[in-house]
Design a protein around this ligand. Structure first.
Ligand code: Q46
Ligand code: ZN
Ligand code: ZN
Length: 313
């Protein structure tokens, strides 16, 4: 196969789209696709201020790069998790994120979890009962809370994350295996904002992980190659492997799984559930919406922690 646009030597072959492109055309095609999805799902406009959650990985840095190239007002937010595990994971990811921002003249906000809560993510996981050996549940909770807080405090209209199609298909697969209606209802390219919560969008949700890796490499973006050490052995990696097996037998399977879900939901698969969706209340401490009246789960976690934190000071 040759590049479909110029007949030149292909750099990326995409059997899932029956498409091959040379380097230059591929580097144009990814932003064009992203723009198409931003418009189709009404994610945000050029007048709105976008906060991109950047982790130093290929997806989030590439997303930032794409939005910048497309002319959106996109600033970055890096959340330092304090994960070392012998490879200096957080230090290295912060260094690469800061280097990317500096090289492109972009504005980056940095939040260190240890400064905010007195403990790093692995310490928080040990100090609370959430986690059961893995810090991922605490980590997810803290990241969501901090992203929302910064977006609200600094007046951003929308929060963008670098989830790609493989991420979304794996989450969807997991939620389908357990028929988790509440999660299925909330999964999608856009999660509308509510009072106190910025809209959340995933502009790369229809782009394959493989395509994002190719984009980062061909654009010369320096990103952290290592996965977070705590990702090893996770169910989402297992689901990604299963989906990749399907994909290699039937190119396009992942995309059609995700798109059929969006279609089914649009045509009312969860309509009944949507009506009974729980009402949200503002957290009595931080003001972020939460499903039960009183404190949100982040503030409840912090409250439990309080004696430990003071003990350390
Ligand atoms: S949740 Fe778990 Fe990730 Fe946090 S501790 Fe690492 S693997 S970074 S997306
Ligand atoms: Zn070409
Ligand atoms: Zn709260």
């Amino acid at each position: 196969m040759r590049c479909r646009k110029c007949g030149g030597k292909p750099a990326v072959n995409m059997p899932q789209h029956k498409l091959a492109l040379c380097k230059d055309h591929f580097l144009e095609w990814i932003p064009e696709q992203t723009e198409r999805f931003i418009t189709k799902y009404e994610m945000f406009s050029r007048q709105e201020r976008v906060l991109v959650a950047v982790s130093g990985g290929k997806d989030s840095l590439s997303l930032w790069d794409i939005l910048h190239r497309l002319g959106y007002q996109a600033d970055g937010l890096y959340i330092g998790l304090g994960i070392d595990e012998g490879i200096g994971y957080s230090d290295e990811s912060r260094r690469l994120t800061e280097a990317f921002a500096a090289a492109n003249g972009l504005k980056l906000h940095v939040v260190e979890v240890e400064k905010e809560t007195g403990q790093t993510i692995p310490q928080l996981a040990r100090a609370t009962t959430r986690g059961r050996g893995k810090p991922c549940s605490v980590c997810g909770l803290v990241k969501r809370h901090e992203m929302n807080r910064i977006a609200r405090d600094l007046g951003y209209d929308v929060l963008a994350t670098g989830h790609n199609l493989d991420d979304e298909a794996a989450v969807l697969f997991g939620n389908t295996l357990t028929w988790s209606g509440e999660y299925l209802l909330r999964q999608g390219p856009v999660l509308p904002g509510t009072p106190g919560l910025a809209r959340k969008v995933k502009p790369l949700c229809r782009i394959y992980e493989r395509e994002m890796t190719a984009y980062a490499l061909l654009r010369g973006i320096e990103y952290i190659y290592e996965e977070c050490p705590f990702a090893a052995g996770s169910t989402s990696i297992y689901y990604k492997e299963l989906l990749n097996k399907m994909e290699s037998d039937r190119p396009g399977a992942k995309l059609s799984f995700y798109l059929s879900f969006l279609e089914a939901r649009k045509s009312g698969l969860f309509a009944q559930r949507e009506q009974v969706q729980a009402e949200l209340h503002p957290c009595t401490n931080c003001g972020q919406p939460t499903s039960a009246p009183g404190l949100c789960s982040f503030c409840r976690m912090k409250e439990k922690l309080a004696p430990t934190v003071e003990g350390r000071a």
